[in-house]
Design a binder for this molecule. Structure first.
Ligand code: GTP
Ligand code: MG
Length: 598
């Protein structure tokens, strides 16, 4: 689908308690605004008569599903309709849980909201929860539709009562609706046409309101962002090109653009833009699913965030402060491990700390170490590795995350602030290093083909004298015998050479590690498989090496029996086992990781 920049797209979410008339209003709006295909309304009415079903405007939305009609298209919960050079996307999720899920997961990214309240039933618990979510997500343009006015005989007093009540409630979230409109979805009053039944009202109709809504503008929201969904290889023999595929979250991409992949920091340029069974394009825009090829072949994988090098750079960290909405039946607890997803990237995470928790319906504010169902928390999240992301006020499209537990989405939220972690400082230096890096005329892929291997660092760690070095040397020999390019680097070799000036100085461990990481980076860049031995490396130290050398090419092996529990090893070796078997199992792991061929 083509999305030229001249078309302005406005996402409007319908919020409100179950059965208060959201879908009816959407159906009415389409019908009365003339957005329906010719004869569609009659066709559905006739169908209802034949099947002895009362006609409902809400059916229109269902009946139009999967139909690509002129002027209006509908998918699961979204209705697209266009007037002039504006396209409206009305997001109408069926039911309360679906609404919450949509809002929390970011499926519904709204510029504005229509909050529907039944004139007879008034404000219900879910109306309140929806308001809380709108506030948390920073949706500031809200219009309240007091629906089913026919049921209260179009009485102004009933309308005013709800208006007063809701104004007060919304104020506590610092939300101020721009309009309150009394409507009847059923009879089409004040939806597109002004009705005769409420002479006391002479304000806007719902359609007037849509026209007045403005797209949300954030300072850098036009930045290009895309999560890698997949990497496809061309199937022709000898064709080395890869297609990087994904959906553009924001901004646009053009052939020739310089781009970077984060958190790896790899760089390249766009060579061509490819779309399935469509002619090549030179520019593509937000919300399009695209693939592109690169001028320099580099290894990147699913989960990296693509940005343009000259634009505002996403944050990279393993910590952030968030507003989080919890959906799980069991509360979310400080210190417990969960799975976190931002775009297509994922990692395990901990709820590090809670600043405060608020119940969306009662607005009661409390402190604690857990977040209950339907509560909103201001909290810090600690991930087990650094990911790339944006803050919600910078680039909303990549400033959201969801929390998964037991394969179910249990919560989600928006990123308020990137927090520093222990690596922040070093990561900045590495980004600068990579930015300034003079790239060779030989691509990493060409090297990989020549050496029949991907560069990797095998870290053998364990207690003193646990037998690391003999394993390292035997592995190096075996790789060389198999005609690979491998190199064993003992820590001592760095210590007395590269590190000679800081050897023995107190507090120099970090600098030792940094230098080892930089040496490793050079060797990995040359295409080698580097084998390093070191005594009892801690998780943090392995993180440092991974930040400096390569986030994806590290293999950690513990040699010896009693191993610490805070590090994730790719394997634990029993040094008393026969060497041949040990080497065999290491070769197998390297094959499984794709470092060497099978
Ligand atoms: P969910 O999707 O289940 O959350 O409900 P909804 O908010 O989309 O409500 P829907 O539009 O399905 O309407 C619910 C019921 O209210 C239907 O039977 C409608 O016919 C009825 N209804 C909607 N609007 C009006 C109205 O203005 N007046 C009257 N009398 N009934 C209405
Ligand atoms: Mg509905």
């Amino acid at each position: 689908m083509n999305t030229p920049e001249s078309i302005e797209r406005l996402n409007i979410v319908l919020a409100g308690h179950v059965d208060h008339g959201k879908s009816t209003i959407v159906g009415r709006l389409l019908a009365d605004a003339g957005a329906l295909p010719e004869g569609k309304l009659e066709q559905i009415k006739a169908y209802c008569r034949r099947n002895a079903k009362p006609f409902e405007y809400a059916f229109l939305v269902d009946a139009l599903k999967n139909e690509q009609a002129q002027g209006v298209t509908i998918d699961s919960a979204r209705v697209f309709f266009r007037t002039g050079n504006r396209e409206y996307v009305l997001i109408d999720a069926p039911g309360h849980m679906e609404f919450i899920r949509n809002m929390v997961t970011g499926a519904a990214r709204a510029d504005a909201a229509l909050l529907v309240v039944d004139a007879q039933e008034g404000i219900q618990e879910n109306s309140r929860r929806h308001c809380a979510l709108l506030a948390m997500l920073g949706i500031r343009q809200i219009t309240v539709l007091v629906n089913k006015m026919d049921l209260v005989v179009y009485r102004q007093n009933d309308f005013e009562a709800i208006k007063t009540q809701l104004t007060e409630f919304l104020e506590r979230w610092s939300l101020k609706p721009n309009q309150f409109i009394p409507v009847s979805g059923l009879n089409g009053e004040n939806i597109v046409q002004r009705g005769a039944s409420m002479p006391w009202y002479n304000g806007w109709t719902v359609l007037d309101c849509l026209t007045a809504f403005q797209p949300t503008k954030s300072p850098v929201s036009k930045q290009f962002r895309m999560w890698i969904q997949d990497i496809y290889k061309f199937t022709n023999d000898g064709d080395m090109r890869r297609i990087v595929a994904g959906t553009i979250e924001s901004g646009s991409l053009q052939v020739g653009d310089h781009i970077m992949f984060l958190p790896s920091g790899k760089k390249s340029s766009v060579k061509s833009i490819e779309q399935f069974s469509a002619p090549p394009r030179t520019t593509v825009y937000a919300s399009e699913a695209v693939g592109f090829t690169l001028t320099e072949q580099i290894y990147v994988s699913r989960g990296e965030l693509v940005a343009k090098t000259e634009e505002f750079r996403p944050h990279i960290s393993s910590r952030f402060r968030a507003s989080l909405f919890w959906l799980g039946r069991e509360p979310m607890i400080v210190g417990r491990e969960y799975l976190l997803k931002i775009g297509t990237s994922k990692t395990s995470c901990l709820l590090e700390a809670i600043h405060n928790v608020q119940d969306g319906a009662s607005l009661e504010l409390k402190e604690g170490i857990s977040i209950g169902r339907h509560e909103i928390a201001d909290c810090n999240i600690q991930m087990s590795k650094a990911l790339a992301f944006d803050c919600i006020d910078e680039v909303p499209a990549s400033g959201r995350f969801v929390i998964v537990d037991d394969y179910e989405i249990r919560g989600g939220g928006i990123i308020r602030e990137a927090l520093e972690d222990k690596q922040s400082h070093m990561r900045e230096r590495v980004l600068l290093r990579d930015y300034k890096w003079e790239t060779s005329a030989i691509s990493s892929e060409e090297r990989a083909l020549r050496f029949r291997q991907k560069p990797a660092m095998i870290i053998l760690t364990g207690k003193k004298d646990s037998g690391k070095k003999p394993v390292a040397k035997a592995l190096e020999k075996r790789l060389l015998d198999d005609e690979h390019f491998a190199y064993f680097l003992g820590i001592g070799n760095v210590l007395y050479g590269v590190d000679a000036d800081i050897k023995g100085k107190i507090n120099s461990r970090e600098e030792h590690l940094r230098r080892l990481g930089e040496v490793a980076h050079l060797l990995l860049n040359s295409g080698a498989i580097l084998i390093v031995t070191a005594i009892e490396l801690a998780k943090e130290e392995i993180d440092v090496l991974s930040t400096l050398a390569s986030p994806d090419g590290i293999l950690t092996v513990w040699v010896g029996k009693d191993f610490p529990t805070d590090i994730r090893f790719d394997c634990v070796l029993d040094s008393s086992a026969p060497m041949e078997r040990t080497i065999q199992s290491l070769m197998k792991i390297m094959q499984d990781k794709g470092t060497i061929g099978a």
